[in-house]
Design a protein. Structure first.
Length: 264
């Protein structure tokens, strides 16, 4: 029997989603350890994608295979035994051929930035002090990203992929100058490693005047291969939506809705 688990997590103190040798504190590892505690045997967890160290998910899907239906309330038991940073929202029985990663038709990431110091935001929004930004230029930068097809220049390890093509369906910037905050949101059929954080890096480079819009376009079009890039801070990034053709995940309880207030 196959089950999709719709979860959310605060990745602040974790080394990303994926289980790794010699690194125990990943989201996948902690969930597998908890399932072992409940079922007294190994249960492999398959995730809908990777998130880097320090990155969060307000909507994430994983699946597990069980020999038979649990005789206890699995959602309740998981939430009782998982750390506070990981929550299970829904458990949905699906067909055995349905896959949380390969069946996802789109994913959305939201990235939050603030430039006025705020202790409430610091874990879930990237603090860039003394920012002076041209938001019109940043919106034009986002428009270029929306039109792009090949994201090789905005990938951490492009040679890991057979191709670096992505179909971006949404790419927008929302700004609240009074709050000193902004939100960058992007939806695609797939994302490459580090891609969203590199998008944000270049948005800030253009917006702060360190790079022209034409220079960014040349990088994006691979006309200029000599440039430096570094990913934006991880803590402002959320995987916020995963879409399936046969399943609608409930988003009524997601923390990210509070972060979006004033940025919609």
């Amino acid at each position: 029997m196959r089950y999709f688990l719709h979860i959310g997590y605060d990745g602040s103190n974790y080394s990303g989603w994926q289980k790794q040798k010699r690194i125990q504190k990943t989201i996948q590892e902690v969930i597998e350890q908890t399932l072992f505690k409940l079922f007294k045997k190994e249960v492999t967890v398959y995730g809908c994608g990777r998130t880097d160290a320090g990155v969060h998910a307000s909507q994430y899907a994983l699946h597990i295979n069980l020999d038979e239906a649990p005789v206890f309330d699995l959602k309740f038991r998981l939430n009782k035994n998982l750390p506070d940073a990981i929550a299970v929202f829904e458990i949905i029985e699906v067909n055995e051929g349905q896959h949380c990663r390969y069946d996802a038709v789109a994913r959305t990431y939201d990235y939050f930035i603030h430039w006025k110091k705020d202790p409430v935001l610091i874990r879930h929004s990237s603090f860039y002090e003394h920012l002076v930004l041209d938001f019109d230029l940043m919106r034009k930068t986002a428009a270029l990203i929306l039109k792009a097809k090949d994201f090789r220049p905005l990938c951490k390890q492009p040679d890991l992929y057979d191709n670096t093509l992505c179909q971006i369906s949404k790419c927008e910037l929302f700004v609240n100058e009074e709050q000193g905050r902004l939100r960058f949101t992007i939806t695609s059929n797939r994302f490459l490693r580090g891609m969203v954080r590199y998008c944000v890096f270049f948005l800030l480079e253009v917006g702060s005047g360190k790079m022209t819009l034409d220079e960014f376009e040349q990088i994006l079009n691979q006309e200029n291969r000599v440039f430096k890039k570094r990913p934006a801070h991880p803590n402002g990034l959320f995987l916020s939506r995963v879409e399936y053709p046969y399943l609608e995940l409930n988003d009524s309880h997601h923390f990210i809705k509070m972060l979006k207030i004033g940025l919609e």
